[in-house]
Unconditional design. Structure first.
Length: 513
């Protein structure tokens, strides 16, 4: 269209007769309409889990126009795939990539691993007000952005600093109205972070009522459940209850068994979900492929009794050993970032439990910030959760993550779970990153390769694709991703961002039930 505008200015300045101007514009419009991208000789994985097939894919404007054995047009931009894998763009159903997104609109950490859509507003927290997020995301960033309404953000709006208690019926009603407003703005549903402040203080009734409001508008419920360790089984029962009572789809965020006592019990975890599904509850889950998590130290103290030595000892005995608790960010003392709790304790000459409590106390001052990376899961449990038919892949990462998942979760699955461990076939792994992901969060015309679907695509070398990010180098870029398209525009090629920003805000259509 820019070329058409330039042509119009030039011919008008040259005083070309009107009939010739019209003819030239019509010709230019016809050429623009017929121009497209033709990807030829690709190994096509369509996102449904079906076996791959060799063929061509034509992109016209934002969508896939045709799939099969296609003829070239003179106006086509032709991409010779030479047998590389072509898949729908990966959908990160639990992402924090909106953090600093508008400072890094190329979103290189995400698109370089094939991600074309991020779903944010996770763990009950909104980085931006929804209306602002959606207006800024349209055509200003490299990938698509969908979002949940954050329960914690809404609770904070209503209760402010007085959040360490059960909400009153009047406060819940005010929260319900804010959920309704978010749903009308295009939120996918409601998210909660029930291990975090302020959501940890919400009653089950509060959660059910607010989730029901999202469901009334055709939305979903996604949850960082109330516990991923001590009270895991009760927390699973709670999310099942939300789905059963409200008759709405629910999703468990970043499924894990993060406690030594539960290691090896992935089958029990899955059995809970399968039983719920058999009873009619549409429950799904997402998983990232790492044995270590990244969060705040405070989640180790669910009762928020940070000076309770017994709780500290239990956490270091049953949740994460001192050697595996790495302080990734600690603003009160930058010099200890990157050290384990065991190393910090040795440096300070104090016991591990006392050091843990001291670090929390030091971080509880206004403006302070801390994060930890903790190894609390076991590889065989992760494999089973990833292999569960109703799970999909997520990163739980951000663009500047201290955890390697932000830059490598999806390519790690392709390397480790497909090529090395053979937990998944390539077509099943792709389904768990695309078609299943779109279904689990309610996105339409995304996550599949078929005529009419949006042209979010990733071309990659299945024999070489791999993550390179580590705890020491969390920003290291993946290899083996050849090209990435978002809404028909090339956003990643030759190992770097193209500078194109065709991403769209993906609003859920308002639909009262």
């Amino acid at each position: 269209m820019r070329a058409i505008r330039v042509l119009a200015i030039r011919v008008l300045a040259a005083r070309v007769p009107a009939i010739r101007v019209v003819g030239l514009l019509v010709l230019c419009l016809a050429r623009a309409a017929s121009a497209g991208t033709l990807i030829v000789d690709a190994t096509i994985y369509d996102g449904t889990g079906s076996a791959p097939r060799t063929g061509d894919v034509r992109i016209e404007r934002e969508r896939i126009a045709a799939v099969g054995a296609l003829s070239r047009k003179p106006s086509d931009t032709v991409v010779e795939a030479q047998g590389l894998a072509l898949a729908p763009g990966f959908i990160d159903t639990h992402s924090h990539h909106d953090q600093r997104l508008f400072e890094q609109p190329d979103a290189l950490a995400a698109v370089s691993q094939g991600v074309t859509t991020i779903v944010v507003g996770q763990d009950g927290a909104e980085e931006y007000p929804l209306e602002q997020l959606f207006s800024r995301a349209d055509r200003q960033v490299a990938l698509n952005v969908a979002a949940y309404a954050g329960h914690g953000t809404i609770r904070d709006q209503v209760m402010g600093k007085d959040f360490r208690r059960v909400a009153t019926p009047e406060e819940i009603e005010r929260m319900r109205k804010l959920v309704a407003r978010a749903m009308r703005a295009g939120a996918l549903g409601l998210s909660t972070g029930l291990e975090y402040d302020p959501g940890i203080y919400a009653s089950r009734e509060e959660v059910r009522i607010l989730a029901r409001e999202a469901g009334r508008h055709g939305g979903r419920y996604i949850s960082h459940i109330r516990s991923e360790d001590r009270y895991l089984w009760e927390a699973l029962d709670e999310i099942v209850e939300v789905g059963r009572v409200n008759r709405m789809p629910v999703q468990v965020s970043h499924m894990k068994l993060a406690m030594v006592d539960w290691w090896g019990q992935a089958d029990r975890f899955i059995a809970v979900l399968d039983k719920a599904r058999a009873a009619g509850v549409d429950i799904t889950g997402d998983v990232y492929p790492y044995e270590y998590w990244n969060s705040t130290i405070t989640v180790l103290f669910p009762d928020r009794n940070f000076s309770d030595r017994g709780t500290a000892e239990f956490a270091l005995r049953s949740l994460v050993p001192p050697e595996q608790l790495i302080l990734s960010r600690f603003s009160p003392e930058r010099g200890i970032e990157g050290l384990s709790l065991a190393q910090i304790a040795a440096r300070r000459g104090t016991s591990a439990p006392d050091t843990l409590m001291a670090l929390i106390a030091e971080s509880q001052v206004p403006g302070a910030h801390e994060e930890v990376i903790a190894t609390s899961m076991r590889a065989d449990d992760i494999e089973k959760l990833i292999a569960w038919p109703h799970s999909n892949i997520c990163s739980d990462g951000n663009l500047n993550d201290t955890h390697p998942r932000g830059a490598g979760a999806f390519t790690r699955v392709l390397r480790e779970m497909v090529r090395e461990r053979k937990v998944l076939t390539l077509e099943e792994a792709i389904r768990k990153m695309t078609g299943a992901s779109a279904s689990h969060v309610g996105l339409v015309d995304r996550g599949v390769i078929r005529p009419g679907a949006f042209a979010d695509l990733v071309l990659f070398d299945a024999a070489r694709v791999a993550d390179r990010s580590t705890v020491r180098e969390p920003q290291a870029q993946s290899v083996g991703i050849d090209r990435v398209w978002v809404n028909g525009s090339l956003v990643f090629a030759s190992g770097g961002a193209t500078g194109a920003h065709p991403g769209r805000a993906l609003r859920r259509a308002s639909k009262a039930r």
